[in-house]
Ligand binder design. Structure first.
Ligand code: SAM
Length: 143
């Protein structure tokens, strides 16, 4: 569901979000406050989409930043942005509920997921997503 839906709109996703008043006045300040100070921290962004937040996290001073996203088209758009502005972010195509070896081979201080967990179709899938986050975190890390 998540994959197909976003495969078709990846190229216009950023433009759509830019015109949403809630994104600027509610989502962005709220998420920044929750995210806190990420300077020097390694961050994994789940359901990274086109990397809007992944880039914001990196620009906020985070260390190693990686994104995991189920839609190959969204990841391709994110990588295209990365080619335009080299921030050093790595994006992986994969289902958060299934986990991904690349993001579990290394540890992160913070795991984020903006507007993503609600795509879980069941409690089991939600739990699987949270387990992926948990496995990726260092002891004491936060989601
Ligand atoms: C509303 S968008 C949010 C994208 C990005 N976090 C942002 O704030 O711009 C939801 C994203 O979650 C992705 N997604 C949904 N289910 C997923 C899953 N199980 N694993 C990885 N990504 C998923 C979708 O493909 C989509 O890119």
């Amino acid at each position: 569901m998540g994959s197909k839906q976003y495969d078709e709109t990846a190229d216009v996703y950023d433009d759509t979000l830019n015109v949403l008043t809630y994104a600027r006045h509610a989502e962005e300040p709220t998420f920044r406050a929750v995210m806190g100070d990420v300077r020097g921290l390694d961050v994994l962004d789940l359901g990274a989409g086109t990397g809007i937040w992944t880039r914001r996290i990196k620009r906020a001073g985070a260390g190693r930043v990686e994104g995991l996203e189920i839609s190959a088209s969204m990841v391709e758009t994110a990588r295209e942005r990365e080619r335009g502005e080299r921030l050093g972010i790595t994006y992986h195509v994969g289902d958060v509920a299934r986990g991904h070896e690349a993001v579990e081979a290394v540890a992160f201080d913070v795991v984020t997921g903006v507007n993503v967990l609600h795509y879980s179709a069941s409690r089991d899938e939600l739990l699987a997503m949270c387990r992926t986050a948990s496995r990726a975190l260092r002891p004491g890390g936060r989601l």
